[in-house]
Design a protein around this ligand. Structure first.
Ligand SMILES: Cc1cc2nc3c(=O)[nH]c(=O)nc-3n(C[C@H](O)[C@H](O)[C@H](O)COP(=O)(O)O)c2cc1C
Length: 235
């Protein structure tokens, strides 16, 4: 299984360790690639919209491409973020903004519809739900059909401080999640993904899009003629 971890932080704290408990317990052969933000993508979206016309025209494309190529090839994405002020960390939000052109409203990557994702967030007390929601929205609109959220309040500022009882719970929870992810079955594509994809296709057909280049992309993939990205991998 090819696994790509996208960390919304450079440091290896509670969030990193919880995510690794899951990844380490997944059965079978694994090829693991990790990116840390901001270390591997230290930019904010400039709002230039150049990506809408040409993905490679993003001023930060060179760094993005390395990450996107790895994501494209992955079977499983593991996205991690500490909960900061009830939401996703700023570096992960920057990554989400820098990839908005890959949302279904624009030019989604076909391979996204065949992946699973796990989102891990830890908080000292409260807020993992809203932090996870930030990531979940992005992954959903990028096309990922099966997303497993895992948020936990660790009552700590770092992994060493996490109480033993809490670590025991994390062990149990991560056993369960890793088992679920080890099945090797293709992810099932739910009604919400199918419906959203269909609606986005209708917008492309009607020309209610951001650029004719987007419609050309959808046409070239065959998605305006009934082909579905989850049925055949086209990128
Ligand atoms: C800038 C900042 C904002 C934070 N905001 C919250 C918060 O909204 N809710 C919360 O319960 N903990 C909050 N925390 C605590 C962290 O979410 C918590 O310690 C988390 O487990 C850290 O994960 P890490 O060890 O991976 O960095 C915040 C910490 C920082 C540094």
């Amino acid at each position: 299984m090819r696994i790509v971890l996208l960390h919304g932080q450079n440091h290896k704290g509670s969030t990193y360790h919880v995510a690794h408990r899951i990844v380490d317990k997944i059965a079978g052969e694994k090829e693991i690639t990790e990116f840390f933000f901001p270390r591997d993508l230290n930019h904010f979206c400039a709002g230039c919209y150049r990506c809408i016309e040409d993905v490679a025209a993003c001023p930060f494309y060179a760094e993005k491409k390395v990450i996107l190529d790895a994501i494209d090839a992955a079977d499983l994405l593991v996205v991690t973020t500490p909960t900061y002020c009830m939401h996703v960390s700023a570096p992960l939000k920057a990554f989400i903004d820098l990839t908005f052109d890959l949302w279904m409203a624009h030019r989604p990557m076909a391979s996204m519809f065949t992946k699973r994702a796990v989102i891990v967030s830890t908080a000292a007390g409260t807020g993992t739900r809203s932090a996870i929601r930030d990531v979940k929205d992005a992954l959903f609109y990028m096309g990922v059909p099966e997303i497993v959220p895992y948020g936990i309040s660790v009552q700590a500022m770092n992994w060493q401080q996490v109480p033993a009882k809490k670590k025991a719970k994390i062990e149990k929870d991560t056993d369960r999640i890793a088992k679920k992810l080890s099945s090797g079955k293709a992810p099932s594509v739910g009604i919400r993904t199918r419906f959203t994809f269909r609606m986005m296709g209708m917008l492309q057909k009607k020309g209610w899009n951001s650029s004719p280049i987007e419609t050309a992309y959808w046409k070239e993939k065959g998605w305006l003629d009934g082909k579905k990205p989850w049925k055949e991998r086209t990128t």
